[in-house]
Write a protein that binds this ligand. Structure first.
Ligand code: PEP
Ligand code: MN
Length: 344
């Protein structure tokens, strides 16, 4: 349930109502001060809450039931777009954020070289897997701790914040210390223990959609992180499994406008893992921009033919540079669209 306050309601009246609702019901109340609205979000079992009584308060504009099981990630609770801040950069609510880099960190020369290339082309974040979730236990599993050290060197050389995947709760403290954005991969989207523990940190979390997960399941996973107190969640559409076999996955671009309507969280698109084929990355990335994504995550490798992981879907730095030029032009041509859950 949400309570929409009348415009310009004084803070002391908002706090009075918050405390009254909490006192009279077994719920906690989040106060969300947006640009246009102040909204009180009731969290907990609201079945016994008397909406008519709240509506009768002179400072209340309206009371609405929230049907969806996700609350904190719901746009009704937070009409304005969330902007996740990462140092001086941010994701959501404005310019497109591009994360680029190899599937996995392979050597210092490789990661530093690619970091410099993607930065020159306009990427704002460096990706690179140190701990790799591979389908086969016999495949390259990543350089692990050494990979994290190499990412830190690349960050130092370029100033790019680093994004890398966590697979185990054992490493949370290390990731919080070393990494700028912690990625939860598709395979761990419903690792609830991991999500809960990441919710106790304040680190930005990049949560990728599971290969067979519905949009609602993705938002419920975000809810696990947010209910622990960490609101810095970025969602990522990376393709889902369908009957089609030509591509590695099927990029569900409709997820972008759907998520933006349902949630205030930023949503980015990973065309590399969706397609699984390097020459499709460029058209799909552009389509993602056109459909309103807040950012992109793209695999870039200097020598895809000899990459230790996902070479077939990695674009070369030169192709990335050309793509960035087009994307910048597209972005300039597009006007910002606003979603407002209170009026739809
Ligand atoms: C990745 O980003 O390297 C990755 C493994 O992605 P996903 O979890 O989407 O498969
Ligand atoms: Mn990959």
């Amino acid at each position: 349930m949400i309570v929409i306050m009348k415009p310009k309601s004084p803070l002391n009246e908002i706090m009075r109502l918050k405390q009254k609702i909490e006192r009279e019901n077994n719920v906690s109340v989040n106060v969300i001060q947006g640009k246009e609205y102040c909204v009180l979000g009731l969290i907990g079992d609201t079945t016994g809450v008397d909406a008519g009584k709240i509506r009768a308060d002179e400072f209340v504009e309206d009371v609405k039931k929230v049907q969806q099981p996700y609350k904190l990630s719901n746009r009704m609770f937070h009409p304005d777009d969330t902007v996740v801040k990462v140092g001086e950069n941010s994701i959501g609510g404005g310019r497109l954020a591009v994360i680029a880099g190899p599937c996995s960190v392979e050597s210092e020369e490789q990661i530093v070289g690619i970091a410099k290339d993607v930065k020159r082309s306009g990427a704002k974040f460096l990706r690179g897997g140190a701990f790799k979730p591979r389908t086969s236990p016999y495949s390259f599993q990543g350089l692990k701790e050494r990979g994290l050290e190499l990412l830190k060197i690349a960050r130092k050389e370029t100033g790019l914040p680093i994004v890398t995947e966590i697979m185990s709760t054992d490493l949370i403290d290390k990731f919080v210390e070393d990494v700028d954005i912690i990625q939860v991969g598709a395979r761990n989207m419903q690792n609830f223990d991991l999500l809960r523990q990441l919710g106790k940190t304040k680190k930005p979390i990049l949560l990728k959609r599971g290969i067979s997960a519905t949009i609602e399941e993705l938002l419920m996973s975000a809810e696990y992180i947010m209910s622990g107190g960490n609101e810095n969640v970025i969602l990522c559409e990376r393709g889902i499994r369908t009957f089609e076999t030509y591509t590695r996955n099927t990029l569900d671009l409709s997820a972008v406008p759907v998520i933006k309507k349902l949630s205030h969280l930023p949503v980015i698109v990973d065309p590399s893992h969706a397609a699984g084929i390097w020459w499709m990355v460029e058209p799909l990335a552009k389509a993602a921009v056109a459909v309103g994504a807040d950012g992109l995550m793209i695999e870039v490798h200097n020598d895809p033919a000899n990459a230790k992981c996902d070479g077939q879907q990695s674009i070369k730095p030169k192709v990335f540079q050309e793509l960035m030029k087009d994307i910048n032009r597209m972005e300039d041509a597009m006007s910002c669209r606003k979603y407002n859950a209170l009026n739809v």
